[in-house]
Write a protein that binds this ligand. Sequence first.
Ligand SMILES: [Zn+2]
Length: 156
Amino acid sequence: MTYELKQLYREPCNCLFCGEPIPDGRPDKKFCSSVCKNRWHNRKNSSPRDKVQVRIIRILERNYDILERLVNLGIKQLDILILINMGFNINYGTSYRKSGIHDRYACFDISYELTPSRIKKIVRNPMETGADFNNPWKKPEPKRLPGRSFALSADP
Ligand SMILES: [Zn+2]
């Protein structure tokens, strides 16, 4: 068997620290995430509480990776089944608020709406641009640069 074939047919490996399957990585990968790798090396501090935290952080990291890929591709909405097939866990995020009739969630600085069938309005919150964090749709006030006569829009 060639190396490539071995990679295709390799047994699913589990993370040495949390025991979860390692998402598509090299066959010699031992950990599902840098968090688990660090915790493994600081094993003296590991406890059931650590494992719970690591499991949730890993889910959030995976969700964030997927959201970031969508943002970078300019994809603002997607069928929720495709999203789940990509490995997104809709039960975890870092914040939630009601926006009118919509349910608006965030995973770190990327926010999105969830409906029963779609993820919508995926945006990176323009926290650094002076925009209203509670209303990412509101256009930020234009910033005036010193010594210049025109206003620079902070819109990405
Ligand atoms: Zn792990």
